[in-house]
Design a protein around this ligand. Structure first.
Ligand code: UD1
Ligand code: CA
Length: 418
C-alpha cells in the first residue's frame, strides 16, 4: 500500500508476565507473539516498518526480518513517548501511519485493512480499531459524546465508575495522518498517576483542534486481546489453536478431537489425512494425503511425511522424512532419519542420532523391515528390503546391504532376506 508506514510498539518488558524474556518473544503455537503482528502488517502492505524496542533490544531484533527498522526507546515513558522515538524517520513524510502494539497477536488482518481503508476514505486525522468485549478491565475505554462521536480514550486508572462500565475498548491499533500525529504528540502531557505519556491522550487533543476521529469495530471480541499476563498468553494460544484447526478441517483434514490436538503455525497437511486425539504437530512439518497420525504422536520441526503413511501412538519424529506407504504404528523415535517408501518400523525402534557431541543421520531404504526394539546407532544405513531382527543393535557406521538380514547385539548379517 502506497503512503503507509507502520510503527510497532514493543519496548515494554511486559512486567506482568514476570519473565526475563521480552514479552513479544513469548511463543504462541510455535512462533513468537511478535510474528503474528508482523504477519498482519505484511498483509496490509505497509512499505516501511519501524519497531520500537527497549527491553533487551538485541534479543528482539535478532528474531525479526532484516528489513524492519529498529528504533530504540531508552526509557520506557509510555506509548506516546514510544511513537515520538520514531519521529526522525517521518520528517518529510506526508502519508498515513499505522500504529499497533507488539502484544496483540489475535488481530484479524482483514479488519486492520478495513481500518486503513476507512481512514483514507474518511480523511480522519485518526482512526481507532475498537472492540466490544464482555470484560473491559485493563483496557482504555472509548468515550463517545453527542451523536456517538469519539471524544476521548480513558485509561482504566483514570476512569470514573461510569466510564469503567463502558465495554467498547481501545485495541491499541490506530491509523494516523502522519503530520497530525507528530505535531500533536509533542503536546501530550505526562499522566500524573502513571508517570507516562499516553498515546491515547492524542484523541482529546485532536478533538479540541476540530480534527476528525473515526472508528472500526473488530468482528470478534477476542481479536483485540492484549497479552499482558501468562493467563492472557494461554487465552491467545487457545484462540490461535482453534483457528489453525478450523483451517485444516476446512481443507479436508479430519481432526478427530480438536480439544486434544495441537498444531502449530507453518504446518501443511494433505486432504483425507486423519489426525487422532492427543497429537502434537510442531512448526515446519509437512504431511501428505491419506495419512493417519496419532493418537499420541509428536511430529517435530523439519519432518516430512509423504502420502499414505501411518504414525501411531507414542511415536516421536524429528527432522526426518518418511516415504510413501511406510508404517510406524507404535512407540519409538526417529531423529535425523531418511526413511524410504513402504518401510515398516516396528514397535520400539529407536534411531540413536545423538552421540553426545553431534547429531548423526540414519538412512532406511525402500521396503526395509526394521524389527521391534531395534536400535540404529547413527550414522547408519539400512539397504533396500533389508531386515533387522527384534532387539538388534545396528552399530555406528554400519551399512547393511540390500536384502540382508541382520540380528543380535551387535548386529551381524546372517542371511539374505527371502
Ligand atoms: C494500551 C493502551 C490501552 C489499550 C491497550 C490495548 C495506552 C496508554 N494504553 O494499554 O488504551 O486498551 O494498550 O492492548 O496506550 N510500549 C512501549 N514503550 C512504552 C510503553 C509501552 O513500546 O514506554 C509498548 C509495549 O511494549 C506494548 C504496547 O506499547 O507492546 C502497549 O503497552 P502496554 O503497557 O501493554 O499498554 P496497556 O496497558 O496494555
Ligand atoms: Ca498491553
Amino acid at each position: 500500500m502506497k503512503d503507509l508506514r507502520t510503527i510497532i510498539l514493543a519496548a515494554g518488558k511486559g512486567t506482568r508476565m514476570k519473565s526475563e524474556t521480552p514479552k513479544v518473544l513469548h511463543g504462541l503455537c510455535g512462533q513468537p507473539m511478535i510474528q503474528y503482528v508482523l504477519d498482519v502488517v505484511k498483509f496490509v502492505g505497509s512499505l516501511k516498518i519501524y519497531i520500537v524496542l527497549g527491553y533487551k533490544p538485541e534479543l528482539v531484533r535478532a528474531s525479526l526480518p532484516g528489513e524492519i527498522v529498529p528504533v530504540l526507546q531508552k526509557r520506557l515513558l509510555g506509548t506516546a513517548d514510544a511513537v515520538r522515538c520514531a519521529k526522525q524517520h517521518f520528517r518529510d513524510y506526508r502519508g498515513d501511519v499505522l500504529v499497533l502494539c507488539g502484544d496483540t497477536p489475535l488481530l484479524d488482518k482483514d479488519v486492520v485493512k478495513r481500518l486503513i481503508r476507512k481512514h483514507k476514505k474518511s480523511k480522519a486525522a485518526c482512526s481507532v480499531l475498537t472492540s466490544v468485549v464482555s470484560d473491559p478491565q485493563g483496557y482504555g475505554r472509548i468515550i463517545r459524546g453527542e451523536k456517538g462521536v469519539v471524544i476521548a480514550i480513558r485509561e482504566e486508572k483514570d476512569a470514573t465508575e461510569f466510564e469503567k462500565n463502558i465495554v467498547e475498548i481501545n485495541t491499541g491499533v490506530y491509523c494516523f495522518r502522519s503530520q497530525d500525529l507528530f505535531k500533536a504528540i509533542r503536546a501530550i502531557k505526562m499522566n500524573k498517576k502513571k508517570k507516562e505519556f499516553y498515546l491515547t491522550d492524542i484523541v482529546e487533543l485532536f478533538v479540541d483542534q476540530g480534527l476528525r476521529i473515526e472508528t472500526v469495530e473488530a468482528g470478534d471480541p477476542s481479536e483485540g486481546l492484549g497479552v499482558n499476563t501468562r493467563e492472557d498468553l494461554a487465552l491467545a494460544e487457545s484462540f490461535l489453536r482453534k483457528k489453525i484447526l478450523k483451517k485444516f478441517m476446512a481443507e479436508g483434514v479430519t481432526i478427530v478431537d480438536p480439544e486434544t490436538t495441537y498444531i502449530h503455525k507453518n504446518v501443511s497437511i494433505g486432504c483425507d489425512t486423519i489426525i487422532k486425539p492427543f497429537t502434537v504437530i510442531e512448526s515446519h512439518v509437512r504431511i501428505g494425503k491419506n495419512c493417519v497420525i496419532g493418537p499420541f504422536a509428536r511430529l517435530r520441526p523439519g519432518t516430512k511425511i509423504h502420502d499414505t503413511v501411518e504414525v501411531g501412538n507414542f511415536a516421536e519424529v524429528s527432522r526426518s522424512q518418511i516415504g510413501k506407504k511406510s508404517l510406524m504404528k507404535h512407540f519409538g523415535f526417529l531423529g535425523d532419519a531418511w526413511v524410504g517408501s513402504q518401510v515398516n518400523i516396528g514397535a520400539g525402534v529407536v534411531t540413536a542420532n545423538f552421540d553426545g557431541r553431534q547429531k548423526n543421520k540414519t538412512r532406511i531404504e525402500d521396503r526395509a523391515f526394521i524389527g521391534s526394539d531395534s536400535i540404529l546407532v547413527a550414522p547408519v544405513k539400512i539397504g533396500k528390503e533389508a531386515m533387522t531382527g527384534a532387539g538388534c543393535v545396528v552399530t555406528r557406521g554400519k551399512v547393511v546391504p540390500d536384502k540382508q538380514v541382520v540380528v543380535g547385539v551387535p548386529g551381524r548379517i546372517i542371511k539374505r532376506r527371502e
